[in-house]
Design a protein around this ligand. Structure first.
Ligand code: DX5
Ligand code: ZN
Length: 227
């Protein structure tokens, strides 16, 4: 019997930016696995968030890996900046990227983990040509751009499909989900095959605080840990 460990990646998009360092330290104390940084440029998605300066500011604050989710046009132009700022892994989107192999290998040449995200309307077959090279697949469970959106249930079938492919061609690759993940949806995505959960609102916006949010997610996914 083997044990499947579920990684928890709090998205700082839902944190109190005026107290960002403290909130990240608190999440680290409460036992999360990495910090998820949502980067938005107002072009690829309608919203604008943060860039490499914030990653550099967080680098000395935490020992946890910093995972940068780039929701930006032309991500190639910024990969080195995020690496220099202290990113440990970089996720780019399939959508709008005509040179995905170049982008992924560019990230890996810096000895950083490379992930590719697919939006809810993008079929899993979009990953076929690249999936064997990846360190992480991110199945978006909402449309990217904003925190606090409702989980899209039709993504569960996609998680299952990606999981089946990864089992065959790249079993060491992480399968992460992002958007609307909370105590109710975590068991569904874990059952479908996800092994990493991004969560913003349900952690930083939890009514009883960060520790309670993390605890709720861990409890919600633990029943599926043994595979
Ligand atoms: C959406 C972002 C997510 C988002 C998740 O564009 O990629 O990481 O912040 O937020 P919640 O957990 O609030 O849905
Ligand atoms: Zn994200």
């Amino acid at each position: 019997m083997s044990t499947k460990t579920i990684a928890i990646a709090p998205s700082i998009l839902a944190a109190d930016f005026a107290r960002l360092g403290d909130q990240v330290r608190e999440a680290e104390r409460d036992g999360v696995d990495r910090i998820h940084v949502d980067v938005m440029d107002g072009h690829f998605v309608p919203n604008i968030s943060i860039g490499p300066l914030v990653v550099a500011a967080l680098r000395p604050v935490t020992d946890l890996p910093l995972e940068c989710h780039l929701m930006i046009a032309d991500p190639d132009r910024y990969i080195e900046a995020f690496v220099q700022a202290g990113a440990d892994s970089i996720i780019v989107h399939f959508e709008g990227n005509n040179n995905l192999h170049r982008t992924v290998h560019h990230i890996q040449e810096f000895h950083k983990k490379a992930g590719v995200a697919i939006n809810p309307a993008t079929p899993c077959s979009a990953l076929d040509a690249i999936i064997a090279d990846l360190d992480l697949v991110l199945v978006m469970t909402v449309n990217p751009g904003f925190g606090g959106q409702k989980f899209i249930r039709s993504t569960l079938d996609k998680i299952r499909t990606v999981q089946t492919t990864l089992d065959r061609v790249n079993p060491a690759c992480d399968l992460e989900v992002d958007g609307g993940i909370d105590g109710d949806t975590a068991p569904l995505v874990v059952e479908a095959g996800a092994n990493a959960l991004v969560a913003g609102t349900s952690i930083f916006g939890h009514r009883r605080g960060i520790a309670a949010g993390i605890d709720e997610l861990k409890r919600a996914s633990i029943q599926y840990r043994v595979v």
